[in-house]
Design a protein around this ligand. Structure first.
Ligand SMILES: NC(=O)c1ccc[n+]([C@@H]2O[C@H](COP(=O)([O-])OP(=O)(O)OC[C@H]3O[C@@H](n4cnc5c(N)ncnc54)[C@H](OP(=O)(O)O)[C@@H]3O)[C@@H](O)[C@H]2O)c1
Length: 347
């Protein structure tokens, strides 16, 4: 059995993903110790309105879940009042921050402040919130390097699917020339529901009732979530230095049921396609979120519902396709889990 190292985790965000992370760690505590010599202890957990946990001595994931368990079952709350994330992080003495608060489409400022506080105070940082990577990756990566800390974000773009680590670890010397992707399951579900004959509003209501869209799905419908994913992937793998504001976005609000049905009759599918490519050697990277009709010959034709997929176009290895079937908060929690192990093993 390897010697045990304890990592002190501050988790900001205890919603779908944060809670699944605690459940996953609770299930795998013994495995983490036996296989990796890693013991994870939660020293703080923060929410916006569901209380906070501050436990500088550290509690296990199972204990953290227990502490919140006697509150509401789906939206669990901690006994202490909620407090600002940076205060909680600094009071906890954490050596790793897990950022799992919602995306702020106006620049990701709050999550950026959380990451800055961690990296500036001797903590590594893991984020599944794509905002900081989409809006401010270069500066945060430089901050991490200056403080000899790590910044990891495997779950930020394709949940737990290893798009970043696969590219960096398994495709040595490859340059990413561009990518095409179907990155948003909410718009897949809406477009498919419209293909059944209803208009946009009816399809949206149907998808919301099934739990596949948020109460306010504007970020998905108007392309903001997709643009943030494009910027995050391009910033990390293409050194694009872009933000979601640089990405033109098609909205699916004005798509008619006739258009979706006509595509379907022709054996084609309407999809929100996310693209980026570099214009000329050393030129700028341009991204776009656009509605596209994909025929069966297109490698992304089968992406739909909660199946997401990306085509990575490289100089040395041609085109590599990665697909994820059934994107759920569990997969995103696994993205954090894999980052925690990568941190521990110095990968
Ligand atoms: N769900 C997925 O499958 C998925 C996939 C990929 C990436 N992500 C990303 O993962 C992040 C979390 O997603 P989620 O689905 O878990 O969201 P969620 O269910 O809405 O939970 C968000 C959590 O963040 C808390 N929060 C909000 N503002 C906060 C603040 N200022 N300080 C501390 N906590 C704060 C919320 O508090 P309350 O509990 O009080 O509301 C809640 O606990 C998002 O950035 C999302 O884009 C999610």
């Amino acid at each position: 059995m390897p010697e045990l190292v304890t990592r002190r985790v501050c988790l900001l965000g205890f919603g779908k993903v944060g809670r699944r992370l605690c459940e996953l760690v609770a299930r795998n505590d013994d495995e983490l110790a036996a296989r990796h010599g890693l013991r994870l202890r939660f020293v703080a957990i923060g929410t916006a309105g569901h209380g906070s946990l501050l436990a500088p001595a550290g509690v296990s994931a199972a204990e953290a879940l227990e502490l919140a368990a006697d509150r509401e079952s789906e939206r669990r709350a901690f006994p202490e009042p909620a407090r600002p994330g940076v205060d909680l992080l600094l009071a906890s003495g954490a050596d790793v921050l897990v950022e799992a608060t919602p995306l702020d489409p106006q620049g990701g400022r709050l999550a950026i402040a959380h990451l800055e506080a961690a990296l500036g105070h001797d903590a590594d940082a893991i984020t599944v919130n794509k905002g900081p990577i989409a809006w401010d990756y270069r500066r945060l990566a430089a901050l991490a390097a200056a403080h000899r800390r790590r910044l990891l974000f495997e779950g930020a773009v394709m949940d737990g699917c290893p798009v970043f680590s696969l590219f960096r670890s398994c495709l040595p010397d490859c340059r990413l020339l561009g990518f095409e992707a179907v990155f948003n399951s909410t718009t897949n579900f809406i477009l498919d529901a419209m293909g059944e004959g209803g208009g946009f509003a009816a399809a949206l209501a149907q998808v919301q009732a099934a739990g596949y869209a948020e109460a306010d799905p504007a970020h998905d419908i108007d392309g903001h979530d997709a643009a943030a994913k494009i910027a995050a992937l391009a910033n990390v793998l293409m050194d694009a230095g872009m933000t979601p504001d640089d990405v033109p976005k098609d909205s699916i609000r004005d798509v008619t049921a006739e258009r979706v049905s006509a595509a379907r009759r022709a054996g084609r599918r309407l999809r929100v396609l996310c693209t980026a490519q570099r214009n000329g050697a050393g030129g700028p990277v341009r991204g776009a979120v656009r509605l596209a009709e994909l025929g069966p010959e297109h490698p992304l034709f089968s992406a739909g519902g909660s199946t997401l997929s990306v085509l990575l176009r490289t100089d040395l290895m041609g085109t590599v396709q990665i697909a994820e079937h059934g994107a759920l908060p569990e997969q995103t929690a696994y993205g954090i889990y894999s980052d925690l192990i990568a941190l521990h093993e110095g990968r």
